[in-house]
Design a protein around this ligand. Sequence first.
Ligand code: F6P
Length: 323
Amino acid sequence: MKRIAVLTSGGDAPGMNAAIRAVVRTAIGQGWEVLGVRRGYAGLAYGEMVPLGARDVGGILQLGGTILGSARCPEFRTELGRQRALRALRSQGAEALVVIGGNGSQTGAYELSRLGFPVVGVASTIDNDLVGSEITIGVDTALNVALESIDRLKTTASSHGRAFLVEVMGRNCGYLALMVGIAGGAEAVVIPEVDTDPEMLAQELHDAYERGKSHSLVVVAEGATYNAARLAEYFHENEKRLGFELRVTILGHVQRGGAPGAFDRLLATRLGAAAVEILAREEHGVLVGWHRGEVVTTPLADVVGKENPLDPRLLELARVLAQ
Ligand code: F6P
């Protein structure tokens, strides 16, 4: 192999730059050239590629976001878009592609590999919803960002005896909310995987005050049926009866921004380097992920369209510790 391309796609995640750097420098170590694709699959379809040398990826390890840019690209879901991307790759002499991204991005990677092009995926999304990796690039940093906000909110919540709803990202997956809830000491966690009755939740918060708590904190996943907006509406309508005030904070994209922590830099570096080593062994059509302290690969066919189930023991832990 002489030349490979690398792209970042979907929602960015802290650590993507570290992964790009690892891909580029490991490939150069193999004696290959690397093309960086701008704007994910959107740029790929239009042949937006630039050569990346070792110096081009210097000083990016500690930067959030992605120097290549990212995009959501509906056109890539069509056969026409994928054929266009293949033509662009081949016309620029790329013999393989590394796709750094989450669920949607790895679906795109699978489609390209089904068309016969060698692709390796690198598990990267703050949502942690990818089958094939127990933790993905960006999750640890996103958790820490959310926790910092929660720690701050708790002090002001206590001063006023208020309840706070904090909505975190995660698309349809409750992982971020559950882990933030446990690590942040939340009174309750609302996630898509578990049905929530707002009246029961209100009762739980009321009981927490009765047990002598000075505040209540509920971590809500954006994908829950009762997300922060719906819960807030319900609580405000019933404020007098419930007897406590409620405030809402939506963390949103704040969780995706900023510098990656040590864990994400190391994870991204190991997964990015492994992606190139896999191509060097002439393997492809797989996702590179992390399991029990090791790099693992999973066929892309077994990754797409699947969901990572939440560990029920963690749900129970969150409930018990909220006493
Ligand atoms: O997949 C990552 C993610 O941040 C999700 O948690 C969230 O639902 C979505 O992306 C937001 O997408 P966008 O940045 O396109 O608004």
